[in-house]
Design a protein around this ligand. Sequence first.
Ligand SMILES: NC(=O)c1ccc[n+]([C@@H]2O[C@H](COP(=O)([O-])OP(=O)(O)OC[C@H]3O[C@@H](n4cnc5c(N)ncnc54)[C@H](OP(=O)(O)O)[C@@H]3O)[C@@H](O)[C@H]2O)c1
Length: 173
Amino acid sequence: MTTHYFTASSLDGFIATTDHSLDWLTSQDFDWDGPMSPTSFVEGVGAIAMGATTYEWILANDDGWSYNVPAWVFTHRDLPTVDGADVRFTSASVTDVHAQMAEAAGEKNIWIVGGGDLAGQFADAGLLDEVWIQYAPVTLGDGAPLLPRPLSMELLETVRNRALVCARFEVVK
Ligand SMILES: NC(=O)c1ccc[n+]([C@@H]2O[C@H](COP(=O)([O-])OP(=O)(O)OC[C@H]3O[C@@H](n4cnc5c(N)ncnc54)[C@H](OP(=O)(O)O)[C@@H]3O)[C@@H](O)[C@H]2O)c1
């Protein structure tokens, strides 16, 4: 079991615009069955975590809840639930939540969906193993940060998926 932060980013290190738009990303040519796509990545995932903004974005923009593994949503607020979804709202420490996620995931991996600061909180606790980034050929100038921490990583793999260049890194601990 390893813990991965898998996300798409602009070239200047933002995962959403200041108003939380992903139009710059969804407009890109991308093969969902191609290399390093979320489709194959999620097959190895047994538990996910995300912050409140990402959860609210999914509720507002996605066509239903597409995750069939337990999801921990970090928040200090009462957020709406999704019928049939295993969503666990929490403001516990990332260390405690990670232990719960590991138990749920079993042999499978943990996916930190975002945002970047939440992935950074797991990294701060020494719990982030890999970072997978799908870089779109745009700059945004400002927005939600990719991973606002000083972290060293080793490049494990790069591949092109149509318009995007995808890279996988191991966090140096
Ligand atoms: N490009 C991509 O592939 C991709 C991937 C994921 C997300 N996104 C987008 O990126 C943006 C990320 O938004 P964001 O930077 O605001 O990050 P976020 O992690 O989605 O949300 C941040 C919020 O999560 C809650 N939170 C974070 N850590 C917590 C903790 N330890 N305990 C309790 N609550 C905690 C807080 O909410 P409250 O205190 O208000 O409850 C905080 O304001 C969103 O627009 C999302 O849609 C893009």
